[in-house]
Design a protein around this ligand. Sequence first.
Ligand code: MRU
Length: 347
Amino acid sequence: MKYEVNDPVRLTDDGRAILAIDQTLLPGRVAYIRLETPEQMFDAIKLLQVRGAPCIGIFAAYAMFIEAKVFAQVSSDKEHFYQQLHKFAKYLSAAMPSAVDLSWALKRMERTAANNMRRSFDTIVEAMRREAVQIHEQNIQTCFTIANYGLTLINDGDGIMTYCNAGALATSRYGTGLGPILLGAEKGMDIKAYVCETRPMLQGSRLTAYELVNAGVDTTLICDNMAAQVMKEGRIKACFVGADRVAKNGDTANKVGTYGLAILARTFRIPFYVFCPTTTIDVRCDDGSKMTVTERDGDEIKTEYFKSPVAPLEVKCYNPSLDITPARLITAIITEDGINYPPFDFN
Ligand code: MRU
């Protein structure tokens, strides 16, 4: 892939901060922000400057390493060091409680510290650096494997509908839901991507369309409310989406609007595929009824990304961040372990 979004987050050369593409500025500007303090890191996730479930996990791993270095310098003893690390992990996980990859990466980094607690501070910190790099590299490999499985679901000339952004910007390299399309394009396949714009934060039009156009994919952007018409016209062979959290029974939390698309796909007998690494599967969550939906600021609906407000400023808004697609509407869930068909029972 030729364009600049392959690795949306990385460590600075001095290892003291994270450089991240500010995804709120795309597609107009590719600008990197330097994130060093806990508050900067928290805000970057909260404001969706860094976003996409696996990408947030990679980001959190580097964040733990960076803060571990700081804590190692100011801690009187290992107990104090570990307490501070734990406190930071709890703080960062609150920035996006719905993203399983975030808590998964934070726990894995805490465990790395705990496993090395008898060693010197330098050794603990170095072990954490290596773990963060490994989380990043594993995700690259995982996405590639997922993309290859997904490619077996596509034929040349197919129209694929996507929602939100599950590409390189949300992970690293190939992405999850976009992986098969990007890989297919690299192999010279003619895939026609239909991208839903994904109101209110427009991850589809700003990020997915940007990634696909840069990768040379035949890309058509539609407003979210046009999906039914496009499906009815027979243009869509399958829907590919990512996931923020998948329950044991396959119920899937993803960007709000995913559920509606799954209902439409069922109506038009179009297969609906969910793509995610196994790190996004929450085996402690039995089903979607146990998932919480956080609410975001109503200004995202009224003013964000518009030159002037598109609603009276005093109007009440309801802006749920995600919705939960029941497993019965999902044709298969594709992970690095393969293509999983219902009944889903993840362990
Ligand atoms: O709120 P966002 O922009 O982080 O929403 C992201 C999604 O909905 C993605 O589909 C999900 O995180 C999976 S990313 C591979």
